[in-house]
Design a protein around this ligand. Structure first.
Ligand SMILES: *Cc1c(COP(=O)(O)O)cnc(C)c1O
Length: 424
């Protein structure tokens, strides 16, 4: 099946007389005939459901659809994108271990790594995604367990060189994890470029309607854990909390990572997505391919319009030939990147604030990447505690406006920008 067909058909195949839409299994628990039947589930000897903190059929239908879209072998839904990022790394690294991460990642992920996971004893080395080969080599240590990057960074819109980082990771015997939120599998499939694990905040384009917070982790099924037995004892040696099962032996390359994340992390940390939210996510996924096409077409026109406007100082969008990442974006995302643009208006902070207050269709919201066009001025909201000098140093200048282009008619979006720019 092609991607557009998978959006509709993959993950759930109703049998004779069953509901066409995925059923919402709104149940914490599942019934068994004998204690022995249930015991087999607890020992991971049989597959099935026993408690929704670990697994639920509704979630699994949706996870299977996303796995099909990414070209992976297994997937799990999480309660948020943050939980997906955390689980993807914590499934491999423990206290005393080390991770290499791109600097161009979502701010929430940076905080999770730099503050919270550091407090748990996991060390991170952050590298510029455009660093030299020598700098990248120097970031690895004997206790490095994985490499983390983001296809199109939110909000810097840096395009990550997946192939290059996959080669570097593999030469050190560790997997590459990619946060593919902004590109979605419609525009980029990181597994085709050597990535091993993909995560998403499904809150963004996948849900697409400002309706539900969620996340997903997908495994490519390609990383050979047993070939690096000493590096990943959690996968390659017996898990005493599951009667001595060795995940990489029992579930192979295709299933070990997600089975371990379910059996240990979901069991102990309990960050599963509610089945009702998974149902809404599935509705979003059905139109993902159609929506991404429109997001990209609208954003391209908006970026070109802004670049040509005499009140606009600069525009950052990987779909513009003037952009630093234009060629790289063409390689990884030949059909388009995403709907998010950042730009600056002439006149700095004051002009930016005035412009935004005059917008009528584009809403001011911290959210991005959904059907509704929205804008954010980081200097007066998310980054408001910083001085203008600090903002420039952080790459978020006082004039920076993040515009998330929705799927409304582009003429209305451009007219809204036009009338607000006229007020400056
Ligand atoms: C929003 C976002 C996250 C965090 O996801 P939540 O669903 O808000 O927890 C992670 N990565 C990227 C790229 C994001 O945009």
């Amino acid at each position: 099946m092609k991607l557009e067909t998978k959006c509709i058909q993959a993950g759930y195949e109703p049998k004779n007389g069953e509901s066409r839409m995925i059923p919402i299994v709104q149940s914490t628990t599942f019934k068994y005939d004998t204690s022995e039947d249930m015991g087999k589930l607890f020992d991971l000897e049989a597959s099935g459901y026993f408690y929704t903190r670990l697994q639920n059929p509704t979630n699994d239908y949706v996870a299977a659809k996303i796995a099909a879209l990414e070209g992976g072998t297994a997937a799990m839904l999480t309660s948020s994108g943050q939980a997906a990022s955390f689980f993807s790394v914590f499934n491999l690294a423990s206290a005393g271990d080390h991770v290499v991460s791109s600097t161009a990642i979502y701010g929430g992920t940076y905080n999770l790594f730099h503050v919270t996971m550091a407090r748990m004893g996991i060390e991170f080395t952050f590298v510029d995604p455009d660093c030299s080969d020598e700098e990248l080599e120097a970031a690895f240590r004997p206790n490095t367990k994985c490499v983390f990057g983001e296809t199109i960074a939110n909000p810097a819109l840096t395009v990550f060189d997946i192939e290059r980082f996959a080669k570097a990771a593999h030469s050190h015997g560790v997997p590459l994890i990619i946060d593919n939120t902004f590109a979605t599998p419609i525009n980029c499939r990181p597994f085709e470029w050597g990535a091993d694990i993909v995560t998403h905040s499904t809150t963004k384009y996948m849900d697409g309607h400002d309706a539900t917070v969620g996340g997903v982790i997908v495994d490519s099924g390609k990383f050979d854990w047993m070939a690096h037995k000493d590096k990943f004892p959690g996968l390659t040696t017996p898990d005493e909390s599951y009667h001595g099962v060795t995940y990489a032996e029992r579930f192979g390359k295709e299933g070990a990572f997600i089975t371990k994340a379910t059996a240990q992390l979901m069991r102990d940390l309990g960050s599963i997505q509610a089945p009702m939210n998974a149902y809404f996510l599935n509705l979003g996924l059905e139109s993902l391919a159609v929506r991404m096409e429109r997001h990209c077409a609208n954003a391209q026109k908006a970026a070109e319009y802004l670049e040509a406007h005499d009140k606009v100082a600069w525009v950052n969008y990987p779909g513009l030939p003037s952009n630093k990442y234009y060629e790289r974006a063409k390689k990884y995302m030949p059909n388009g990147t995403c709907g998010v643009i950042s730009f600056g208006v002439k006149g700095g902070r004051k002009a930016a604030e005035l412009f935004m207050s005059k917008l009528k269709i584009a809403m001011i919201a911290t959210h991005v990447a959904d059907a509704h066009t929205c804008v954010l001025h980081p200097a007066s909201s998310t980054h408001r505690q910083m001085s203008d000098e600090e903002l420039v140093a952080a790459g978020v200048g006082p004039d920076l406006i993040r515009l998330s282009v929705g799927i409304e008619n582009i003429d209305d979006i451009l007219a809204d920008l036009e009338q607000a720019l006229a007020e400056i």
